[in-house]
Write a protein that binds this ligand. Structure first.
Ligand code: G
Ligand code: G
Ligand code: MN
Ligand code: NA
Length: 258
């Protein structure tokens, strides 16, 4: 309860902040987008991570206001980066199951795209398979409505939840994000290596892209590139960064290409 009232205050006092982790194309090494990851900058405690306050936000319903803010802030940031010459960067936003249960998410996203001028095709929603499928009676209908806005849809932590092949076939997805647990022991772990290859083949067959999460070592990177994974993110390339640091990293990359 203490944390709940402090979280309410943090929202009002604008102490929530988005960090951005680069998403990198394996074939070219270029930054093609970012995952937005929320942080709470407490004046006393310092940086508080989402694992501590998102569950409370979900229990109290504060997740709805926070979630809308995350989407709006991401779109604003994307437009700002375009104006700064960073190019057409995609921004991926995490959406919790609770946000799907309330009407109006699609409408809010449509309104936000319009008011910010951010291109729909550059906004990506990340959701976990379990959240989507067990929490929503008409997951396919909801995703179709979101897809009609022109945004991209990604399954987060792929491989750890409950999605059936029938669902994968029916859902209008763009990206599967392979969970870090399958990446950790690459390339030595024979089963994980085969699982990653199988996910990539399956995803490409269905017309989805694949992003590997939590890549920390060069050998993981090289293996994923070799087996045709499209993108990766992880500490090997960069931790999640404050917006200005992210922009500096992208500009540095663009300079090196010249
Ligand atoms: O950065 P990391 O510690 O950054 O994130 C921890 C967890 O918090 C992850 O599971 C991530 O998906 C979740 N998370 C980060 N930002 C958000 C957000 O804006 N909304 C929701 N619902 N979850 C988030
Ligand atoms: O659940 P989700 O995939 O949205 O959250 C990703 C989480 O993983 C975030 O907390 C993010 O900060 C963290 N993360 C990103 N890259 C790495 C990595 O290379 N190693 C580890 N240990 N965590 C990472
Ligand atoms: Mn995520
Ligand atoms: Na994930």
């Amino acid at each position: 309860l203490m944390l709940e009232s402090r979280l309410r205050a943090a929202i009002l006092e604008q102490h929530l902040e988005l960090y951005y982790q680069p998403q990198v194309q394996l074939a070219t090494g270029q930054i093609v987008g970012a995952e937005a990851l929320i942080r709470w900058q407490d004046p006393v405690e310092g940086l508080i991570g989402p694992n501590r306050f998102i569950p409370i936000a979900e229990q109290t319903g504060l997740i709805h206001d926070i979630g809308l803010w995350v989407i709006q802030q991401s779109c604003r940031q994307g437009v700002l980066w375009q104006q700064l010459g960073l190019g057409n960067l995609r921004i991926a936003v995490n959406v919790s199951a609770h946000q799907f249960q309330r009407e109006g998410l699609a409408q809010h996203i449509a309104d936000t795209l319009l008011s910010t001028g951010f291109e729909a095709s550059l906004l990506e929603l990340e959701m976990t398979e379990s959240a989507l499928i067990t929490q929503h009676a008409d997951a396919i209908g909801l995703l179709q409505r979101l897809k009609q806005l022109g945004i991209r849809l990604a399954i987060d932590d792929f491989g750890t939840g409950y999605s059936s092949l029938a669902y994968l076939k029916a859902l209008p997805l763009d990206v599967l994000k392979i969970d870090k647990s399958f990446i950790d022991q690459l390339p030595e772990h024979q089963q994980d290596a085969e699982i990653c290859k199988a996910i990539i083949t399956l995803a490409h067959t269905l017309g989805f892209e694949v992003l590997a999460e939590g890549v920390e070592h060069q050998a993981q990177h090289d293996f994923l590139k070799q087996i045709g994974c499209d993108e990766f993110q992880g500490y090997l390339f960069s931790r999640p960064l404050p917006a200005d640091d992210f922009a500096a990293l992208v500009l540095q990359g663009l300079k090196q290409q010249e």
